[in-house]
Design a protein around this ligand. Structure first.
Ligand SMILES: Nc1ncnc2c1ncn2[C@@H]1O[C@H](COP(=O)(O)OP(=O)(O)OP(=O)(O)O)[C@@H](O)[C@H]1O
Length: 608
């Protein structure tokens, strides 16, 4: 029994370990504001007791003045007026300090929110693609982003509020103890039950929050589907609105029932246990009145004790609420730190050149299984491409072509086997040096809502704003013609999110993506993953002529379902269910007269 209690207490206290980190975070965000907040807390904490004491002095002085008036008929205004003015001054200072606290908190909230968001986003840059595809990890990220940017400050505010109430209580105790130490005990006993209940309910609320992240994510996703320009088209045409909205509402209804249950329990218990506090207050009230009547204390003392007791009670329950709130904030912060402490994959390679420059790219017995998948997406792949050669990958949907490119670009590492560039394992290459040598346009390339020119410049970040390079790359990618016809040419905003944004057609976007590939002048491995599927036939033929003439010394890898394009490659690899089924050039594969020849003839007959 004792062991369990100890354990629970340890667990409870263990949760507070994030308080220190939250304070550090706030301190790093702005030392000046944090120091200001500490000073203000001291002021706001100590002034109420001074005001209460002055109140007592005023009442006593009034009584004295009344007696003087009754006996002498004179009214002594001056001392009374001084006290009243002093009290007014103190209350003005208190209200100024409270305002200043709010201002400090608001400023810190802004800065801290930004800092934490940047921390979350910076961390995201260091993570592997596989981590983003892992739903458990994604949950962590969503939870961290949703709550954690406001929680550190909330936690620090509560810590300060605890400090402030602590100071207030200490000063009240100083006054109250002169009446009786037992009154102090009454104060704490009255507030304790509410505190225990609050803490328990905070823990419950957090569990619900954590447990729910899957549902919350679904809700966010449905909201996106229902209200974004790139999805609303299908939602309308397929009349998905009611279906999606129905799902959205039913998730809310389910969560709401749980919420309501918790809210009702929390508030009902809060009220019942709060009654204990009220009871203790009135017990103390009666006691103080009694002592006044029998003349043990003055009327001024009575006013002061009642005020101090009432305020003390508020301070005790506020402190305890702060502690239970801190408990809740700590639980939420554990999310943020769980995310931030997620191990980062080590991309430790140092090499900037390979051991056999000019050897090109080799896949040796490469197999790869996606995390969580039960069968490999690629198996025993052996390939060799030399500089100046082009390779086409063909195969039905899901055969593993894109996966091969993901391994080549180290978005994933092979499960077994190795990939060599210029004789050195990709793992030994410096990731930056490797990525500079490879230019990839994936079929799901990103359509940035930036300027047209910037959308091309993205291909080489070192020349992101280099307009001459934009023009050159756009000419190569056959985008120059239509860009010249746009209202602001290369400076036309794309996408609908921003004012004056223009939308492009699917084929035009692909030309932009191709131009992006041509920006990578330094890259000597160029990969195009179905880049021309939305282009018209003439554009595609032109594009490949151009592509070949500009990649003569480079390695070009092309994924396409159009055999008219594929046939031009020096080497063609047919992949089937993750394995190489046939390889050779077009002629060899046609002579082999197997799967490639079949597929080629099938497509050719479609054109006849
Ligand atoms: N991120 C992923 N996680 C788990 N499995 C994946 C992932 N991406 C692809 N797969 C699976 O790996 C296999 C190969 O996919 P890949 O994208 O490489 O095919 P592909 O040949 O490029 O297809 P397509 O011609 O349709 O583009 C498929 O069975 C697919 O379901």
């Amino acid at each position: 029994m004792t062991a369990t209690t100890n354990n629970e207490a340890q667990q409870f206290l263990g949760v507070f370990r994030y308080t220190r980190r939250a304070i550090e975070l706030v301190w790093q965000t702005s030392r000046r504001l944090t120091l200001g907040l500490v000073l203000l807390t001291l002021v706001v904490g100590s002034l109420p007791a001074v005001a209460a004491y002055l109140g007592k002095l005023i009442v006593d002085a009034v009584l004295m003045a009344m007696q003087v008036y009754q006996t002498t008929g004179l009214v002594e205004y001056q001392p009374l007026l001084n006290y009243v003015l002093l009290e007014a001054l103190i209350l003005t200072c208190l209200s100024a300090a409270q305002r200043a606290t709010t201002a400090h908190q608001a400023l810190l909230r802004g800065l801290l929110g930004q800092k934490v968001n940047v921390m979350i986003l910076e961390k995201a840059q260091t993570l592997a693609l596989a981590q983003f595809e892992d739903s458990e990890f994604y949950d962590k990220l969503t939870r961290a982003r949703r709550e954690a940017s406001t929680r550190p400050l909330a936690l620090v505010n509560k810590t300060f509020s605890l400090l402030q109430n602590g100071i207030a209580l200490a000063s009240f105790s100083f006054l109250l103890i002169q009446f009786s130490p037992w009154v102090m005990l009454l104060l704490f006993v009255g507030a304790l039950p509410v505190f225990i209940a609050e803490t328990k309910f905070s823990g419950d609320a957090f569990q619900i929050f954590r447990f729910r992240s899957q549902e919350t994510r679904t809700q966010i996703y449905l909201e996106t589907l229902l209200a974004r320009e790139d999805t609303i088209k299908e939602v309308k045409l397929f009349q998905l609105g009611d279906l999606l909205l129905g799902r959205y509402k039913s998730i809310f209804d389910k969560l709401f029932v749980e919420n309501r249950h918790l809210i009702l329990r929390r508030e009902t218990w809060g009220f019942i246990l709060g009654l204990l506090g009220t009871l203790t207050f009135y017990a103390a009230y009666a006691w103080v009145i009694f002592e006044t009547v029998i003349g043990k204390i003055t009327l001024g003392d009575m006013t002061m004790y009642l005020l101090v007791f009432k305020q003390g009670q508020t301070a005790v329950s506020a402190s305890l609420t702060s502690v239970s709130g801190m408990y809740e904030d700590n639980l939420y912060l554990s999310n943020l730190y769980e995310y931030l402490e997620q191990p980062t994959p080590t991309e430790s390679g140092q090499g900037n050149t390979g051991s056999q420059p000019g050897d090109g790219l080799r896949f040796e017995q490469v197999s790869f299984t996606y995390p969580g998948a039960n069968k490999p997406a690629l198996e025993n792949i052996n390939l060799h491409i030399k500089p100046g050669q082009s390779l086409a990958l063909v195969g039905e949907n899901g055969s593993g072509k894109t996966t091969l490119i993901k391994l080549l670009t180290r978005l994933y590492d092979p499960s077994t086997g190795r990939i060599l560039l210029d004789g050195s394992n990709l793992k030994d290459w410096n990731p930056q040096a490797l990525r500079q040598r490879v230019g990839v346009i994936f079929q799901d390339f990103v359509r940035y809502q930036f300027l047209v020119g910037e959308n091309i410049g993205i291909g080489d970040i070192s020349a992101f704003e280099d307009e001459e390079r934009w023009h050159k790359a756009a000419k190569a990618g056959m985008a120059d013609d239509f860009i010249q016809r746009m209202p602001e040419k290369y400076h036309t905003q794309l996408g609908r999110w921003f004012k004056g944004g223009q939308e492009l057609s699917g084929g035009q976007w692909q030309k932009i993506a191709l131009s992006r590939a041509f920006m990578r002048e330094k890259a000597d491995i160029l990969v195009l993953d179905e880049p021309t599927s939305a282009m018209d036939a003439e554009a595609e033929a032109q594009m490949f002529d151009y592509f070949r003439s500009h990649t003569l010394n480079k390695m070009a890898i092309l994924i396409s379902h159009r055999f008219s394009t594929v046939r031009m490659a020096d080497q063609i690899v047919l992949i089937n269910q993750g394995q190489i089924l046939e390889e050779g050039n077009h002629q060899e594969l046609m002579q082999l007269n197997q799967r490639y020849a079949q597929l080629f003839n099938l497509q050719a007959s479609g054109y006849r």
